[in-house]
Design a binder for this molecule. Structure first.
Ligand SMILES: *Cc1c(COP(=O)(O)O)cnc(C)c1O
Length: 387
């Protein structure tokens, strides 16, 4: 009987790295704003089931997701009394479930507001809503022409609709080139929220994701919705450089990667000079070579863009990916590394001895964002929490 099977690779999640990043974020934004950790896309590939309890261990009590399905995953993973918020798709048929489970959700249309009130009234449980307003991003968000009416309906239905938040989303605060656009959005949001500010029980105002939380103090308000920085990545070189400029020393703004990705050598083979490796003719050995076969391909989340470009670590040294990345394997040239053997650890992302493969290096070789690569890591790779 098989009691335990091995997957072709494994992910490690560092609790101390996560704590470091959250401490850094808290120091940067100050004590007031609630930190809502964004765990959409399976916690940016880290794995909701493992990651949510890790964040709760660090004191986080608010999580943001993109869909009802994701909110369900988070609910099942909670180990504390945390709140969950849906920022994007919520089908009408899911609204009763969402209200019954006390999940907070964005509303950005009159239709959705009225429907939520109706369902909440039937259930006898108030809906916990965040009203998202349009400020120039032109994604979701209620148009300004309809804002007055929306607020009137919410006020009228206040027994059934609890206005928890009032928010917007910035259209690329990580790029200084878009500064003029973000400035306009910030000014507009300030104007729109004015009438709500002097209420007895004002909603939480929020607009900042990682980039704005770090470099735009005026955007921190009552809550920040942060993903990227929490996982130990800077949203862009612009944000990193802005932080560096204001730091006393570079160590003060260093983030720590939470995730590492490892596998093991499946086979080592000798390849004669002028032989091709793997499919097609994209790699021809320039000399007699030793090639390590690695059991991860694009079907396992290792991007095909890494063909003849990527690097892995074996025995503490860098080994270039040669040939095309297959669906379930790839190849590394280890001619320069003595004694590579079956079973040797291969680091796809992370550290081995003095070398490191960063997540950023994946976006250097493709149009993919660092968060894009992460969000595509298959859910079935085992995730292990380490110190
Ligand atoms: C994804 C997302 C965030 C988090 O963005 P990061 O740059 O990863 O911090 C915040 N708000 C909304 C609405 C999002 O969709």
């Amino acid at each position: 009987m098989i009691t335990e099977v091995q997957h072709s690779s494994r992910l490690e999640l560092s609790q101390s790295a996560l704590k470091h990043n959250l401490d850094f974020l808290r120091r940067t934004i100050g004590e007031h704003p609630v930190i809502s950790v964004v765990v959409k896309a399976n916690a940016y590939g880290h794995g909701v089931e493992q990651f949510v309890p890790m964040a709760e261990k660090c004191g986080i009590r608010h999580f943001a997701v993109a869909s009802t399905g994701e909110s369900h995953q988070v609910l099942s993973s909670l180990t504390a009394d945390s709140r969950v918020m849906i920022m994007s798709i919520l089908h009408d048929s899911d609204i009763p479930w969402v209200i019954e489970h006390g999940i907070e959700f964005y509303v950005f249309s009159l239709r959705r507001i009225k429907l939520a009130a109706e369902i909440a009234s039937k259930l006898g449980i108030p809906a916990r809503i965040h009203l998202e307003v349009e400020t120039g991003g032109n994604r979701t968000g209620i148009e300004q022409a309809k804002l007055k009416e929306a607020l009137a309906v919410i006020h009228r239905e206040r027994k059934h609709l609890h206005l928890i938040g009032f928010c917007t989303h910035l259209a690329g605060a990580e790029s200084l080139a878009a500064k003029f656009r973000i400035d306009k959005q910030v000014q507009m949001f300030e104007r729109l929220r004015k009438p709500l500010m002097n209420r007895n029980n004002p909603p939480l105002f929020h607009m900042a994701s990682s980039a704005a939380s770090l470099i735009r103090p005026e955007c921190r308000l009552d809550m920040v919705r942060t993903g990227t920085v929490v996982y130990g990545l800077y949203p862009s070189p612009d944000v990193y450089n802005s932080m560096l400029l204001n730091a006393r020393k570079p160590e003060d703004v260093r983030l720590r990667r939470v995730i590492s990705w490892k596998t093991n050598v499946m086979q080592v083979r000798q390849v004669d000079r002028d032989e091709f490796v793997g499919y097609g003719t994209s790699y021809q050995a320039p000399r007699d070579s030793m090639i390590a076969v690695i059991p991860t391909g694009y079907g396992n989340g290792y991007p095909r863009e890494m063909s003849n470009r990527g690097t892995v670590l074996i025995r503490g040294r860098r080994a270039p990916i040669v040939g095309v990345v297959n669906m379930n394997m790839c190849f590394a040239d280890v001619t320069h590394i003595p004694d590579v053997d079956f079973g040797d650890e291969v680091v796809l992302v992370g550290r081995q001895k003095k070398n490191e493969i960063t997540i950023r290096s994946f976006s250097d070789f493709s149009s993919a964002l660092n968060t894009e690569f992460l969000s595509r890591l298959p859910a079935d790779i085992p995730r292990q929490v380490v110190k």
